[in-house]
Design a protein around this ligand. Structure first.
Ligand SMILES: Nc1nc2c(ncn2[C@@H]2O[C@H](COP(=O)(O)OP(=O)(O)OP(=O)(O)O)[C@@H](O)[C@H]2O)c(=O)[nH]1
Ligand SMILES: [Mg+2]
Length: 625
């Protein structure tokens, strides 16, 4: 998620986007400002204010704020509060907007116009964007923008944010000074908004227009009590199978490329620290993580398609009963699902949860969802220890064992979250009983551009991580594993007498009981910064350890040196361990103190230790020593 805030002309005219969730504010914002904020087909995508600048037809530059969607100006959740504060002029360091750009979904006017009434009462100039006009027209709803403008007393522009239709008209409108004066407030108040809106719809001939929603026909299947959950499980299984099956060829290419670079460097450089740094440090470490790029891209491709299709809130609906049993509402579903990419946007998405207790519980559970940074660790260990066998479930239906194990690890995270939620349900005070009020958006085919853009952003994030934090930690690891140089006449690998070697042996006292060797112990230290770093650190440790094998083949090195029990214990560790400082920092930011991040880190470390230990001893007892 991009959160860059551009500050331009702090004193210049300020516009704010206001609208119900999921009406296309951010899509409009991106079009108008050239930004690339996240757009997706469910309510609650935008959770903070984001600024951009837009040029009017005459070339004037204005500041535009994208805001979280709101159902009313009486906020019920932290994200809605942001919107209210901005519109009231209470937002810190920001003046009150000079004009409100009200976005309505043309296919849902009855609901969306109520917010327009509230906006008109703000006493600010207003312009209405009649968005999703394409969809409304496809459903047979022809809304006359001119007539609506006459009813509301403010300009109304027909827009289609996804294609950019109507935006030139909108830009031209902003050059007209007449529209920068507040319109007279409507004669209704909150209590009578609905009647007022109904009267308007009647005069526009839309009062009884109930379009047939194709989504309803799809939902008969998707929300079916038996078929619905079955479809959900199938979708997830397919996703994990694809992560394995489709990623194999590109992973091979990256591996070959890394090995080639390593070999070239190894052959052309003289033996010495530079060669060691480049080959054992950078190529082994960074290459070791880079190889997982295809899997991460495939996983995100799936998530992006699901996000844009409108399926996610349906899954939340299907799981609401289940989550209710655990003391959570379906509201927590989207924040938790976002955490499969990364816990940080998930923790931020918890701002859409009104109930403070539910919000904290959701934040505490988010790190248990398997984020993309765990994928390299999981795949490395699975690749090394789980045979690539095909299991035939039924004639013609086969599943790869490796994909199944990966699926199992995701399930382990979810099951643990469920267990923790259940414990919290019985130990913490619950707020009022919550019923799930969640909008089910219309389905639409995922926008190819949107999905590609999302993938591109993921790629950029991944490469920035690889080139930034992972490279940096690899260098630190290489340094710690190379100094001090071994004393003259020492036998064995230099790493054993290095700082890293000593550190590893020190930590081993604590980690040996759960089956970790000193190489793992030392790799976990830089791995606190980010999980993938454990992989690059292990690669560097083994490369410097001079195992004599190809350093770019970390999987085969550990396969030959670790017991299965150790590998399983490390997998169990990673289901829980809060090895990510940025997540803890995000929890601090979102909860405004250290109590939550410390509590979360503590409970996760305890769980990680216990789970790894139990796994290790169980595996040994079963003969996997
Ligand atoms: N057909 C159609 N789809 C649109 C239009 N504008 C937006 N969308 C789609 O509607 C969905 C919601 O768009 P967003 O821009 O994320 O909505 P938002 O109002 O910012 O939502 P929140 O941030 O959750 O309040 C996305 O799937 C968009 O691709 C439009 O004019 N026509
Ligand atoms: Mg938005």
């Amino acid at each position: 998620m991009q959160t860059a805030v551009v500050h331009v002309h702090p004193a210049g005219p300020l516009l704010a986007l206001l609208g119900n969730p999921n009406c296309g504010k951010t899509a409009l914002f991106n079009r108008l400002t050239g930004s690339r904020q996240k757009v997706a087909n469910y309510a609650g995508v935008t959770v903070e204010r984001v600024e951009g600048r837009l040029a009017t037809a005459a070339g004037r530059v204005l500041r535009l704020l994208d805001l979280p969607g709101a159902y009313s100006l009486y906020p019920r959740s932290p994200d809605e509060r942001v919107t209210r504060d901005v519109l009231m002029g209470h937002a810190q360091g920001e003046k009150r907007p000079d004009l409100v750009l009200c976005v309505v979904d043309a296919a849902n006017l009855r609901r969306h116009l109520k917010l327009v009434m509230a906006a008109l009462r703000l006493g600010l100039p207003c312009v209405v964007a009649l968005n999703m006009a394409d969809r409304a027209e496809r459903l047979g709803l022809a809304v006359d923008a001119g007539a609506l403008a006459a009813e509301l007393g403010v300009p109304v522009v027909r827009t289609v944010a996804t294609t950019g239709e109507g935006l030139d008209a909108l830009r031209a409108l902003l050059d007209d000074r007449r529209h920068w004066a507040p319109a007279p407030a409507p004669s209704c108040d909150e209590a009578t908004d609905a009647e007022h809106v109904q009267a308007i719809l009647q005069r526009l001939g839309l009062a009884d227009a109930i379009p047939e929603e194709p989504s309803d026909r799809v939902d008969a299947w998707v929300l079916h009590p038996v078929l619905g959950p079955l479809l959900l499980v199938l979708l997830l299984l397919l996703m994990f199978q694809a992560v394995y099956a489709w990623a194999e060829p590109p992973m091979g290419w990256i591996e070959t490329g890394t090995a080639w670079v390593g070999a070239q460097l190894g052959a052309s450089l003289p033996e010495g620290w530079l060669r060691s740094l480049l080959v054992d440090g950078i190529v082994a470490g960074v290459g070791g993580v880079l190889v997982f790029l295809p899997q991460i891209m495939i996983l995100f491709g799936f998530i992006l398609v699901l996000e844009d299709s409108g399926y996610l809130p349906r899954a939340a609906y299907l799981l609401d009963r289940l989550m209710g049993g655990l003391g959570l509402s379906g509201r927590s579903f989207i924040p938790l699902l976002s955490s499969f990419a990364c816990a940080i946007p998930g923790i931020m998405a918890a701002r859409t949860i009104a109930d403070p207790r539910d919000r904290l519980v959701t934040i505490a559970l988010a790190p248990l969802m398997t984020c993309a940074a765990r994928l390299p660790v999981y795949t490395l260990l699975i690749g090394a220890f789980v045979p690539a066998r095909e299991l035939t479930l039924a004639p013609g239906i086969g599943f790869g064992l490796q994909g199944l194990v990966l699926f199992g690890l995701y399930v382990a995270g979810i099951a643990s979250a469920a267990a923790v939620a259940w414990v919290l349900k019985h130990t913490t005070a619950r707020g009022q009983v919550r019923t799930l009020m969640m909008e089910l958006p219309s389905y639409h085919w995922p926008d190819v551009r949107n999905v590609l853009l999302g993938l591109w952003q993921r790629l950029a994030i991944f490469l920035r991580r690889v080139g930034g934090i992972i490279l940096a930690m690899t260098l630190v690891m290489w340094f710690l594993a190379s100094v001090p140089a071994p004393p003259a006449g020492a036998t064995g690998a230099a790493i054993e007498t290095s700082i890293a070697g000593m550190l590893g042996r020190g930590l081993q006292a604590v980690l040996e009981p759960i089956g970790f060797n000193w190489q793992i112990s030392v790799a976990l230290v830089p791995g606190m910064v980010a999980r993938e770093v454990v992989v690059s650190a292990l690669a560097t440790v083994y490369a410097l350890g001079g195992s004599g094998e190809d350093v770019t083949q970390l999987a085969s090195v550990i396969a030959s040196q670790w017991s299965v029990a150790t590998a399983l214990a490390l997998l169990a560790w990673f289901v829980f361990a809060p090895q990510c400082l940025s997540t803890l920092a995000a929890i601090r930011r979102e909860t405004g103190g250290w109590a939550m991040p410390l509590a979360v880190a503590a409970y996760l470390f305890v769980l990680a230790y216990v789970a790894a230990g139990a796994t290790y001893h169980l595996a040994r007892a079963l003969g996997a020593g």
